[in-house]
Design a protein around this ligand. Structure first.
Ligand code: MRU
Length: 379
């Protein structure tokens, strides 16, 4: 996507040295556009944990480049396995992280140590390029949903799409998942307006989605997380599109905390609830999302403190709870497949069922072996 006319991806190899890794520091957006240079795997791990990079597909791609940086330091088998395990445990819920590390290991394990750095950069680049292609295809398969909604409305009336968290290009390598159909619809001249859930506690909607949409010229309105149900009751939401951090083979969907409540409200109001994902977000090893998807618990300071720009222009963190009050911070929830109207993937749309997913992906397997696929996260 373009920022002030310049095309960017959300991760890239530095063009000048051809090996260090560049990312936007998303903790600074939208107040500052800081580009970080990562040279060591520990910096990559920190960037993922601290959410300088975030969003399921992006953390997978960045972790893949983290393994490239690790191999530059030591390309022997034991060192590679140890660094892969370290990177795979940086965040627990998004499966793309373990998927990307597993894919890298599948490529690198059989290779001689002297070949590994070159092969690793090529594989990480392939992961990044394929993510862009998958998201672009998700956009194409999602646009008809918006076009059909537009056709049901008086000419020129915008289609109101509600989204939660940030599932735009900042959360992937480019395009985004949930936002890809919105960007394409907008570019095709379909009038579209987006209700952007602010997405407490980290406010990815208010800070990142609103910024992305604004840069692209897409009409949007930021709403408090609790407003969606009311808007749906009053016919002001035509469809919901969200991204996801992990989908089970039976179609249960983990996404940013609060997504489940939007799905319940959508179900109660007969508003279509769509989930957009690349196949790298499907966890073929599990079927029951509620019992099998690990839910990340993040620091409670994300709940007790809020960051933003003060009236004097400074960027500050302020406390929003009385000192002494306890806080809890589960970062994701699981929406059962029965509440999901359908999935939008790079191969097309399908029902959120085992049959629906297998129909689109009959031969998909889990890269990296059992230890990567099932790796427990210890944060
Ligand atoms: O905690 P985050 O900001 O990494 O969570 C991101 C989300 O929940 C996104 O909706 C999800 O990763 C889909 S991204 C295309």
């Amino acid at each position: 996507m373009k920022i002030d006319g310049t095309p960017y991806r959300s991760v890239w190899v530095d063009h000048t040295d051809s090996w260090s890794v560049r990312i936007f520091d998303q903790t600074k957006l939208p107040w500052a556009l800081d580009i970080l240079r990562l040279t060591e795997p520990s910096q990559v791990a920190h960037a993922i944990r601290s959410m300088q990079v975030r969003g399921a597909p992006l953390i997978g791609a960045v972790a893949a480049y983290g393994l490239c940086l690790a191999l530059r330091m030591d390309a022997t088998g034991p060192a590679m396995e140890a660094q892969a395990a370290m990177l795979a445990q940086t965040r627990p819920t998004a499966i793309n992280l373990r998927w990307a590390i597993g894919r890298m290991l599948d490529r690198l394990r059989p290779a001689a140590a002297g070949e590994r750095v070159r092969l690793a950069y090529a594989e990480a680049a392939a992961i990044a390029d394929e993510d862009v292609a998958m998201c672009e295809a998700i956009g194409r398969h999602g646009v008809p949903l918006i076009a059909e909604a537009a056709a049901r409305k008086p000419a020129g009336t915008p289609v109101n799409v509600l989204t939660h968290c940030n599932a735009g290009w900042l959360a992937t390598v480019d395009w985004g998942t949930a936002l890809a159909p919105i960007y394409m619809a907008h570019d095709q001249g379909i009038p579209v307006h987006v209700w952007v859930d602010e997405t407490r506690p980290r406010n990815q909607g208010a800070l990142l989605t609103a910024w992305e949409l604004g840069r692209h010229g897409v009409r949007h309105t930021v709403i408090a997380d609790n407003a969606g149900g009311h808007l749906m009751q009053h016919g002001q939401v035509d469809l919901v599109i969200v991204g996801t951090d992990r989908v089970t083979r039976a179609g249960d969907v983990a996404n940013k905390i609060g997504t489940y409540l939007k799905a319940l409200a959508a179900h109660d109001n007969s508003v279509p609830f769509w989930v957009a994902l690349p196949s790298s977000t499907i966890d073929w090893t599990i079927s029951d999302g509620l019992s099998e998807i690990p839910i990340e618990e993040r620091p409670t300071t994300e709940v007790t403190m809020v960051g933003g720009r003060a009236l004097d222009g400074s960027v500050a963190m302020v406390r929003v709870t009385p000192s002494g009050s306890n806080a809890a911070n589960p970062a994701f929830d699981v929406t059962p497949a029965r509440l999901v109207t359908g999935l939008i993937t790079e191969r097309g749309r399908c029902a959120a069922t085992a049959e629906g997913l297998r129909g689109l992906f009959p031969h998909e397997t889990v890269p990296g072996g059992a230890e990567i696929a099932g790796m427990a996260a210890h944060l």
